[in-house]
Ligand binder design. Structure first.
Ligand code: F0G
Length: 487
């Protein structure tokens, strides 16, 4: 019989639903507040979902960062943490886990992913350098530019198409890479960066075949490769599912194959190992030495790097669990379910489904809202008002303002609805889908946003916006008409 579920369990009925290979043992109470309270909350938050208080949120789909559910083994490991400034046993356990999972000998701890980016950028980038990559992440770009570098995103044409059946939209375009090296010269390129499960274009993976080609070119020109491994578990899962050569491989071997192709691997442990913290690792002593003293300066001593020893213990266990297919497939299989259900209803979502979250295309959803009125931000606010579900804008608000005062319009306007690992149930997922369907049917009621307070750096975190008309009130009126005074 065919395997019918999304994670390999066979359903006799033929139904296609993901099954949890874990049970719930600790829970947190949630509240779904009345719609008038949600409307007041989004005004208080300046129409920025980062500014919401979680007491006002029902399903928190802002991010998977630091919000994945921990395992019993992770939590119990925290009890045996060895409190020490220097030489902590907890650090050595984490170092051993990194040696095993990423295959790298030298380990530098950092308090989170962007701290690792700061160290790498300061160690390797000089003014006037150019850094090629499959796609930027917000904090990556900010650190690289702060150090005088310019980033170049050399993704393939398919990468930013919303609807696609290309399995590896996170690949680097090899021809563009060669052209870039020819144009600027290898000496201007401190490293090539590849990001696993490319976050900002919809959690899209790269293939190992592509990484091998990039490596060949890097070797030809003597350029090093840096891998952002924050979402590497999911990328490995997609390699296994979508790249024929690896269909019978074990996840641990796929992880090692990817890391082996990079000289430096860094990660946000808030994502990859379902805890807090981050780190950098390499097998090259010369590269390690370039970064080592910066870690002491910015993060702390080399055996804690800004993290508590409890977090370090949980990170060691979480990293080992990243080699377990039932752990890393959980979020992608729920995302696949949501994407398929929304796609069936004609709601524009990024396909194929990827890692981290379900990504709704705000330009397709709200074609009447011009990009400079931030359709993805407006969609995030509208969804929160009508459902209490908090997503994240990943579009022009997350971009920057240029020197001429205009917004740098984003390549894609996405509303990201994150599925942190093992956090939400299928009925909660169905609630989200149901409200999105209602919103799509009433989409003409949603209008744009404008900035009223705009920070100069990473403006999406703290910026405050306002609706361009009274569209939120009209949306609430229609909701009440359809749902009564219900939630
Ligand atoms: N790289 C990638 C690919 C990320 O997704 C993130 C964080 C970072 C680096 C920075 O790591 O947050 O530990 O400092 N992504 C989070 C998100 C914030 O919501 O997608 P950090």
């Amino acid at each position: 019989m065919e395997k019918n579920s999304l994670n390999g369990i066979t359903f006799y009925s033929g139904e296609q639903i993901p099954v949890e290979l874990h049970k719930v043992r600790v829970v947190q109470k949630l509240f779904l507040n009345p719609i008038d309270e949600r409307l007041a909350a989004i005004y208080r938050a300046g129409f920025n979902t980062f500014q919401l208080n979680t007491l006002d949120v029902f399903l928190d789909m802002l991010t998977d960062s630091g919000t994945n559910a921990m395992s019993d083994n992770q939590i119990s490991s925290m009890l045996k943490a060895d409190d020490a400034y220097a030489g902590s046993q907890s650090f050595y356990r984490m170092e051993a886990a990194i040696n095993e999972v990423f295959g790298k000998k030298y380990v530098l701890p950092a308090h989170q992913g962007r701290a690792a980016e700061n160290i790498i950028s300061q160690a390797f980038i000089k003014k006037g350098d150019v850094i090629p990559m499959n796609y930027h992440f917000t904090t990556t770009k900010a650190h690289m530019e702060l150090n005088g570098g310019t980033i170049f995103e050399i993704y393939t044409e398919e990468a930013i198409k919303i609807k696609s059946n290309v399995p590896f939209k996170g690949n680097i375009d090899i021809k563009k890479l060669e052209d870039l090296i020819a144009k600027y010269g290898a000496e201007k390129i401190p490293f090539i960066r590849m990001e696993a499960s490319t976050n900002l274009i919809g959690g899209q993976p790269f293939s190992i075949a592509n990484m091998r080609e990039v490596r060949k070119i890097a070797d030809k020109h003597g350029i090093i490769m840096v891998l952002d491994a924050s979402l590497i578990g999911e990328n490995a899962y997609f390699v296994k599912k979508r790249e024929a050569e690896f269909k019978n491989s074990e996840i641990k071997d796929i992880l090692l194959t990817m890391c082996d192709l990079a000289d430096v691997v860094y990660f946000s442990s808030r994502k990859v190992s379902s805890t807090r913290g981050g780190g950098i690792c390499t097998n090259r002593e010369d590269l390690f030495m370039k970064m080592r003293d910066l870690v002491i300066l910015y993060e702390g001593f080399l055996t804690y790097g800004g993290m508590s020893v409890r977090e370090i213990e949980a990170m060691a266990v979480g990293l080992m669990e990243t080699t377990d297919e039932t752990v890393i497939s959980q979020s992608p299989s729920f995302i696949e379910f949501a994407v398929n259900e929304l796609d069936k209803k004609g709601i524009p979502v990024v396909t194929p489904s990827g890692a981290l979250g379900c990504h709704v295309d705000a330009i397709g959803f709200l074609p009447h809202v011009p990009q400079k009125e931030y359709p993805a931000g407006a969609l995030a606010a509208a969804l929160f008002i009508i459902s209490g579900c908090r997503g994240m804008e990943r579009g022009t608000i997350s971009s920057v303002r240029l020197e001429n005062g205009e917004d740098l319009l984003a390549d894609v306007e996405l509303l990201r609805l994150a599925f942190p690992r093992r956090v939400f149930t299928l009925s909660q997922t169905k609630f989200l889908i149901d409200r999105l369907i209602w919103l799509y049917q009433n989409r003409e009621l949603v209008g744009g946003l404008k900035f009223v307070e705009e920070p100069a750096v990473l403006r999406f975190f703290l910026g405050r916006l306002a609706p361009t008309s009274n569209w939120p009130e009209k949306l609430v009126a229609k909701f009440k008409q359809d749902f009564g005074e219900s939630l």
